[in-house]
Design a protein around this ligand. Sequence first.
Ligand code: BDR
Ligand code: CA
Length: 259
Amino acid sequence: CKRIVLDCDPGVDDSIAIFLALASPDKIMIDVITIVMGNHKDIDLLAYNACLLLQMCNMSSDIPVINGANKPLACAYHGHSGIKVHAQNGIGNVKYPVKNLNRNPVEQYKSMSAAQFIVQHVLANPGEITLRAIGPLTNIALAVPIGGGKFIKSVRRVVIMGNSIGGFGNETVATEANLANDPHAGRNVFDAFNNITMVGLNCTRQLPLKILQPWNDSPCFNDPTAIMYLIRPDLFESQHACVDVEDSGRLTTGQTVAD
Ligand code: BDR
Ligand code: CA
Protein backbone atom coordinates (compact mmCIF):
# COMPACT_ATOMS: atom_id res chain seq x y z
CA CYS A 1 0.00 0.00 0.00
CA LYS A 2 1.48 3.35 -1.04
CA ARG A 3 1.24 6.19 1.44
CA ILE A 4 0.66 9.51 -0.27
CA VAL A 5 0.41 13.20 0.36
CA LEU A 6 -2.31 14.26 -2.08
CA ASP A 7 -1.56 17.82 -3.12
CA CYS A 8 -4.53 19.16 -5.06
CA ASP A 9 -6.87 21.99 -6.05
CA PRO A 10 -10.34 20.38 -5.97
CA GLY A 11 -11.49 20.72 -8.75
CA VAL A 12 -13.85 18.49 -10.77
CA ASP A 13 -11.26 15.93 -11.83
CA ASP A 14 -9.41 16.29 -8.50
CA SER A 15 -12.67 15.20 -6.86
CA ILE A 16 -12.85 12.05 -8.94
CA ALA A 17 -9.16 11.44 -8.16
CA ILE A 18 -9.91 11.71 -4.42
CA PHE A 19 -12.83 9.29 -4.75
CA LEU A 20 -10.66 6.88 -6.70
CA ALA A 21 -7.89 6.98 -4.10
CA LEU A 22 -10.38 6.49 -1.25
CA ALA A 23 -11.91 3.55 -3.11
CA SER A 24 -8.54 1.80 -3.33
CA PRO A 25 -7.45 1.41 0.32
CA ASP A 26 -5.43 -1.72 -0.40
CA LYS A 27 -3.27 0.21 -2.90
CA ILE A 28 -3.24 3.81 -1.65
CA MET A 29 -3.41 5.41 1.74
CA ILE A 30 -3.97 9.17 1.76
CA ASP A 31 -2.06 10.43 4.81
CA VAL A 32 -3.01 14.05 4.24
CA ILE A 33 -4.62 16.28 1.62
CA THR A 34 -2.80 19.54 1.02
CA ILE A 35 -4.47 22.37 -0.87
CA VAL A 36 -2.97 24.65 -3.48
CA MET A 37 -4.53 27.42 -5.55
CA GLY A 38 -5.14 26.50 -9.17
CA ASN A 39 -8.63 25.62 -10.26
CA HIS A 40 -9.72 28.46 -7.97
CA LYS A 41 -7.75 31.17 -6.22
CA ASP A 42 -9.73 30.84 -2.99
CA ILE A 43 -7.90 28.05 -1.17
CA ASP A 44 -10.43 28.10 1.67
CA LEU A 45 -13.07 27.15 -0.88
CA LEU A 46 -10.84 24.40 -2.28
CA ALA A 47 -10.18 23.11 1.26
CA TYR A 48 -13.93 23.20 1.87
CA ASN A 49 -14.43 21.06 -1.24
CA ALA A 50 -11.88 18.52 -0.03
CA CYS A 51 -13.57 18.30 3.39
CA LEU A 52 -16.95 17.96 1.69
CA LEU A 53 -15.77 15.08 -0.47
CA LEU A 54 -14.22 13.30 2.52
CA GLN A 55 -17.39 13.72 4.52
CA MET A 56 -19.47 12.28 1.70
CA CYS A 57 -17.23 9.21 1.89
CA ASN A 58 -17.52 9.04 5.70
CA MET A 59 -13.82 9.86 6.01
CA SER A 60 -14.22 13.29 7.52
CA SER A 61 -12.20 12.80 10.66
CA ASP A 62 -9.54 10.48 9.27
CA ILE A 63 -7.56 12.60 6.86
CA PRO A 64 -6.22 16.07 7.66
CA VAL A 65 -6.79 18.80 5.06
CA ILE A 66 -4.19 21.55 5.12
CA ASN A 67 -4.22 24.87 3.35
CA GLY A 68 -1.20 25.78 1.30
CA ALA A 69 -0.12 28.36 -1.22
CA ASN A 70 -2.73 30.90 -2.24
CA LYS A 71 -0.61 32.37 -5.02
CA PRO A 72 2.08 31.27 -7.47
CA LEU A 73 5.76 31.65 -6.48
CA ALA A 74 6.75 34.46 -8.80
CA CYS A 75 3.88 35.55 -11.00
CA ALA A 76 0.31 36.70 -10.67
CA TYR A 77 -2.54 34.20 -10.43
CA HIS A 78 -3.76 33.69 -13.98
CA GLY A 79 -6.57 31.26 -13.23
CA HIS A 80 -5.66 28.95 -16.09
CA SER A 81 -8.34 26.30 -16.31
CA GLY A 82 -10.02 27.88 -13.27
CA ILE A 83 -13.69 28.70 -12.98
CA LYS A 84 -14.32 28.47 -16.71
CA VAL A 85 -13.68 24.73 -16.42
CA HIS A 86 -14.51 23.96 -12.78
CA ALA A 87 -17.23 26.62 -12.18
CA GLN A 88 -17.66 29.14 -9.37
CA ASN A 89 -17.65 26.59 -6.56
CA GLY A 90 -14.75 24.63 -8.11
CA ILE A 91 -16.80 21.44 -8.40
CA GLY A 92 -18.99 22.15 -11.39
CA ASN A 93 -21.54 24.10 -9.29
CA VAL A 94 -22.84 20.76 -8.05
CA LYS A 95 -24.52 20.98 -4.67
CA TYR A 96 -23.51 17.90 -2.73
CA PRO A 97 -25.89 16.47 -0.15
CA VAL A 98 -23.95 17.60 2.90
CA LYS A 99 -25.71 20.16 5.08
CA ASN A 100 -22.99 20.99 7.57
CA LEU A 101 -19.35 20.17 7.54
CA ASN A 102 -18.14 18.25 10.59
CA ARG A 103 -15.04 20.39 10.70
CA ASN A 104 -13.92 23.86 9.79
CA PRO A 105 -11.47 23.51 6.91
CA VAL A 106 -10.03 26.98 7.46
CA GLU A 107 -9.36 26.56 11.17
CA GLN A 108 -7.58 23.24 10.80
CA TYR A 109 -3.79 23.36 11.12
CA LYS A 110 -3.80 27.12 10.92
CA SER A 111 -0.38 27.26 12.53
CA MET A 112 1.30 25.14 9.87
CA SER A 113 1.39 25.63 6.11
CA ALA A 114 1.04 22.74 3.71
CA ALA A 115 4.73 23.03 2.79
CA GLN A 116 5.81 22.82 6.44
CA PHE A 117 3.51 19.87 7.06
CA ILE A 118 4.79 18.04 3.97
CA VAL A 119 8.40 18.42 5.14
CA GLN A 120 7.62 17.33 8.70
CA HIS A 121 5.61 14.34 7.51
CA VAL A 122 8.21 13.15 5.00
CA LEU A 123 11.08 13.50 7.48
CA ALA A 124 9.09 11.52 10.05
CA ASN A 125 8.57 8.74 7.48
CA PRO A 126 11.72 8.66 5.33
CA GLY A 127 11.39 6.69 2.10
CA GLU A 128 7.70 6.01 2.73
CA ILE A 129 5.80 8.94 1.31
CA THR A 130 4.93 9.58 -2.34
CA LEU A 131 4.03 13.18 -3.14
CA ARG A 132 1.06 13.06 -5.52
CA ALA A 133 0.57 16.48 -7.04
CA ILE A 134 -2.51 17.05 -9.17
CA GLY A 135 -2.46 20.84 -9.05
CA PRO A 136 0.20 23.51 -9.53
CA LEU A 137 3.51 22.52 -7.90
CA THR A 138 3.70 25.52 -5.55
CA ASN A 139 3.41 23.65 -2.22
CA ILE A 140 6.06 21.14 -3.22
CA ALA A 141 8.36 23.92 -4.44
CA LEU A 142 7.92 25.75 -1.14
CA ALA A 143 8.74 22.57 0.79
CA VAL A 144 12.13 22.18 -0.93
CA PRO A 145 13.97 25.09 0.74
CA ILE A 146 12.33 24.31 4.09
CA GLY A 147 13.42 20.67 4.12
CA GLY A 148 16.57 20.85 1.99
CA GLY A 149 18.54 17.83 0.80
CA LYS A 150 17.42 15.58 3.64
CA PHE A 151 13.79 16.15 2.69
CA ILE A 152 14.44 15.61 -1.02
CA LYS A 153 16.22 12.32 -0.32
CA SER A 154 13.47 11.18 2.04
CA VAL A 155 10.65 11.54 -0.51
CA ARG A 156 9.86 8.15 -1.99
CA ARG A 157 8.67 9.48 -5.31
CA VAL A 158 6.97 12.53 -6.81
CA VAL A 159 4.12 11.77 -9.20
CA ILE A 160 2.60 14.73 -10.96
CA MET A 161 -0.27 15.35 -13.33
CA GLY A 162 1.01 18.05 -15.58
CA ASN A 163 2.15 19.15 -19.00
CA SER A 164 3.09 16.66 -21.68
CA ILE A 165 5.93 14.96 -23.39
CA GLY A 166 5.99 16.55 -26.79
CA GLY A 167 5.58 20.07 -25.50
CA PHE A 168 1.87 20.65 -26.13
CA GLY A 169 -0.62 22.03 -23.66
CA ASN A 170 -4.28 22.58 -22.93
CA GLU A 171 -4.06 26.17 -21.68
CA THR A 172 -1.68 27.47 -24.27
CA VAL A 173 -0.25 25.59 -27.21
CA ALA A 174 2.81 24.87 -25.08
CA THR A 175 1.51 24.54 -21.54
CA GLU A 176 -0.93 22.53 -19.50
CA ALA A 177 -2.92 24.32 -16.76
CA ASN A 178 -1.03 23.07 -13.68
CA LEU A 179 2.33 24.21 -15.02
CA ALA A 180 0.84 27.32 -16.60
CA ASN A 181 -0.51 28.38 -13.21
CA ASP A 182 2.93 28.24 -11.59
CA PRO A 183 5.78 27.72 -14.06
CA HIS A 184 8.47 28.78 -11.55
CA ALA A 185 7.32 26.21 -9.02
CA GLY A 186 7.37 23.63 -11.80
CA ARG A 187 10.92 24.53 -12.69
CA ASN A 188 12.08 24.37 -9.05
CA VAL A 189 10.48 20.98 -8.48
CA PHE A 190 11.95 19.45 -11.64
CA ASP A 191 15.33 20.91 -10.65
CA ALA A 192 15.19 19.52 -7.12
CA PHE A 193 13.96 15.95 -7.62
CA ASN A 194 15.25 13.24 -9.92
CA ASN A 195 12.54 10.73 -9.01
CA ILE A 196 9.52 12.36 -10.68
CA THR A 197 6.90 10.51 -12.68
CA MET A 198 5.09 12.95 -14.92
CA VAL A 199 1.66 11.79 -16.05
CA GLY A 200 1.12 14.30 -18.80
CA LEU A 201 -1.58 15.10 -21.33
CA ASN A 202 0.01 12.68 -23.81
CA CYS A 203 -0.98 9.98 -21.33
CA THR A 204 -4.28 11.29 -19.93
CA ARG A 205 -5.68 12.04 -23.39
CA GLN A 206 -5.69 8.33 -24.06
CA LEU A 207 -8.61 8.14 -21.63
CA PRO A 208 -11.26 10.49 -23.01
CA LEU A 209 -14.78 10.37 -21.59
CA LYS A 210 -16.34 9.37 -24.87
CA ILE A 211 -19.88 9.96 -23.67
CA LEU A 212 -19.06 13.63 -23.09
CA GLN A 213 -17.23 14.12 -26.37
CA PRO A 214 -19.97 16.23 -28.00
CA TRP A 215 -19.85 18.74 -25.12
CA ASN A 216 -16.20 19.54 -24.96
CA ASP A 217 -13.22 18.93 -27.17
CA SER A 218 -11.07 17.19 -24.57
CA PRO A 219 -13.02 15.79 -21.63
CA CYS A 220 -10.27 13.73 -20.03
CA PHE A 221 -9.68 11.99 -16.76
CA ASN A 222 -6.53 14.02 -16.09
CA ASP A 223 -6.11 13.79 -12.32
CA PRO A 224 -7.71 10.33 -11.87
CA THR A 225 -5.33 8.93 -14.49
CA ALA A 226 -2.39 10.04 -12.38
CA ILE A 227 -3.94 8.29 -9.35
CA MET A 228 -4.57 5.21 -11.48
CA TYR A 229 -0.83 5.08 -12.14
CA LEU A 230 -0.33 4.27 -8.45
CA ILE A 231 -3.11 1.70 -8.39
CA ARG A 232 -2.35 -0.16 -11.64
CA PRO A 233 1.17 0.76 -12.79
CA ASP A 234 1.02 -2.27 -15.09
CA LEU A 235 -1.40 -0.34 -17.34
CA PHE A 236 1.21 2.33 -18.05
CA GLU A 237 4.40 2.57 -20.03
CA SER A 238 7.01 5.04 -18.90
CA GLN A 239 10.31 6.30 -20.17
CA HIS A 240 13.26 7.93 -18.42
CA ALA A 241 14.08 11.44 -19.55
CA CYS A 242 15.78 14.60 -18.41
CA VAL A 243 12.99 17.15 -18.05
CA ASP A 244 13.28 20.88 -17.52
CA VAL A 245 10.63 23.58 -17.36
CA GLU A 246 10.77 26.82 -19.34
CA ASP A 247 10.15 29.68 -16.91
CA SER A 248 11.02 32.69 -19.01
CA GLY A 249 9.86 32.03 -22.55
CA ARG A 250 7.88 34.71 -24.36
CA LEU A 251 5.40 32.17 -25.73
CA THR A 252 6.33 29.01 -23.89
CA THR A 253 6.53 29.76 -20.17
CA GLY A 254 5.62 26.61 -18.27
CA GLN A 255 6.44 24.22 -21.09
CA THR A 256 8.28 21.03 -20.16
CA VAL A 257 11.20 20.12 -22.37
CA ALA A 258 12.13 16.46 -22.24
CA ASP A 259 15.36 15.02 -23.59
C1 BDR B 1 -5.25 19.90 -14.74
O1 BDR B 1 -5.68 21.25 -14.58
C2 BDR B 1 -6.83 21.30 -13.77
O2 BDR B 1 -7.85 21.93 -14.43
C3 BDR B 1 -7.22 19.88 -13.49
O3 BDR B 1 -7.70 19.75 -12.18
C4 BDR B 1 -5.98 19.08 -13.73
O4 BDR B 1 -5.20 19.00 -12.56
C5 BDR B 1 -5.48 19.47 -16.17
O5 BDR B 1 -4.79 20.29 -17.06
CA1 CA C 1 -6.14 19.42 -10.38
